[in-house]
Design a protein around this ligand. Structure first.
Ligand SMILES: [Zn+2]
Length: 428
């Protein structure tokens, strides 16, 4: 936009909170200043290319410092920007140290400073030895607290017992914070019996997710705390979550692109290994219904990479985590359009709802006063995923070789186009 104060971008398919409209969006400095008639002279005329709010991905594992060879802030945020994601919220594990006290948050922030292509916020962690010190971490600026009920996969981030979960929830309720739960009941998990996908799937049954969700609901009811269920895979969880929502329990839930687009019946490789696991196609259809009904309100990546060596071996050995940060939008749009959903639905799941979950009031919507985070997205464009061409650190993704609908043509972060190599992202 040169040295002018104002930028005007217009599109016949601008996704506003009320739906798609032909309008021009006026940007002043870093903020959206006006929604104007489409015939306003524009600096950027997108025509039939859609204009979306920048996506907010509230479930990203960056892993820096400590496991930067798995993923770092520079590579993850470059992937995000290229994929139309203008804000990520980083998970408290698998970096070392994990984000479980204010000192560790300061270490994370120092590691991220000056390297980020998009804006970055942070979740904290609730582990057995910090349950009485969560308020300090809350006051240091995390948006909420993630915990596990089953082993996390890394030894420095330990799961909570039911008693510890109750203690954490009471503490978090005392300052009206948010608890995020990886919900699998360890009593219903089995040791994997062999290297195949079928054996892995049997070891993590849907009952384990449902049982953990029921425990979380009971304790949320008891303590009054606001809770969020991470990465719902088992559709059997939808019924108890819907009932709790109807009964006024403060509970929300997310799912992820891999649960919505892959299935256990395919020939899945270990790039697709994650916990909880990807289940069958009937389960997948029910997750889409959960989104349509609003029981599930967010679709976020759970981008959780590792080095390729750790993804080798059978499903009983390989690291659990899927890499998809850069391509979540076309992965979801390709399937959503086939199922009759609109771009506005996708924006609701991938921008507005994650921003609301983290309390990012100035993100996730195209409206006056919001940050001018914008994405030019060609909904009818097509491309084939090449893992090696993606910007995240290690060239692995289960979507390699897939042809997807929807091409991100450009991204603006707070009013300015994201240029390759730029690091204008701020730490929120
Ligand atoms: Zn995760």
């Amino acid at each position: 936009m040169g040295d002018r104060e104002t930028l005007i971008v217009r599109s016949r398919r601008t996704v506003l909170p009320e739906g798609e409209r032909a309008v021009a969006v006026a940007v002043q400095g870093e903020k959206i200043a006006g929604i104007l008639p489409y015939d306003t002279p524009a600096d950027v005329d997108l025509g039939e290319v859609a204009l979306l709010p920048g996506l907010v991905d509230s479930h990203v594992h960056v892993n820096e410092p400590g496991r930067t060879e798995w993923e770092g802030f520079a590579t993850a945020t470059r992937a995000a920007a290229a994929g139309g994601v203008t804000t990520i919220v980083d998970m408290p594990l698998n970096s070392i140290p994990p984000t479980t006290d204010p000192g560790a948050l300061a270490v994370k922030r120092a590691a991220a400073a000056g390297k980020c292509a998009v804006d970055v916020g942070f979740w904290g962690g609730a582990v057995p030895d910090n349950l009485h010190a969560l308020r300090g971490l809350h006051e240091a600026g995390v948006y909420g607290f993630k915990c596990f009920l089953s082993p996390s996969g890394v030894e420095e981030f330990t799961e909570l017992s039911t008693g510890e979960l109750r203690t954490a929830m009471k503490e978090i309720a005392s300052f009206d914070g948010l608890m995020l739960v990886h919900a699998e009941d360890p009593a219903l998990l089995l040791p994997p019996d062999g290297p195949t996908y079928r054996e892995f799937l049997v070891s993590r049954p849907p009952e384990s997710e449902r049982s953990a969700v029921e425990t979380v609901i009971a304790l949320a009811r008891e303590t009054g705390v606001r809770v969020h269920i991470l990465h719902v895979s088992a559709a059997d969880c939808l019924e108890p979550v819907a009932q709790a929502q109807a009964a006024g329990v403060r509970i929300s839930a997310e799912t992820c692109p891999h649960y919505l687009t892959l299935s256990a019946g395919e020939d899945l490789g270990t790039e697709s290994k994650c916990c909880p696991p990807i289940r069958d196609t009937g389960n997948r259809d029910r997750l889409w219904r959960g989104l349509a009904d609003g029981v599930l309100s967010l679709v976020v990546s759970d981008h959780s990479p590792s080095v390729p060596e750790l993804k080798r071996g059978g499903f009983d050995q390989a690291w659990g985590g899927v890499s998809s940060l850069q391509i979540g939008l076309p992965v979801i749009w390709t399937e959503a359009r086939r199922r009759g959903h609109t771009l506005a639905d996708v924006v609701g799941w991938m921008a507005d709802a994650p921003a609301r979950l983290a309390g990012l009031r100035h993100k996730g919507r195209i409206a006056v006063g919001m940050d001018a985070d914008l994405v030019a997205f060609a909904p009818d464009g097509r491309f084939t995923v090449d893992a090696a061409a993606l910007h995240h650190r290690n060239p692995l993704t289960p979507y390699h070789g897939r042809t997807l609908h929807g091409v991100v043509q450009g991204t603006w972060l707070r009013g300015r186009r994201v240029e390759p190599g730029a690091s204008r992202g701020t730490l929120l």
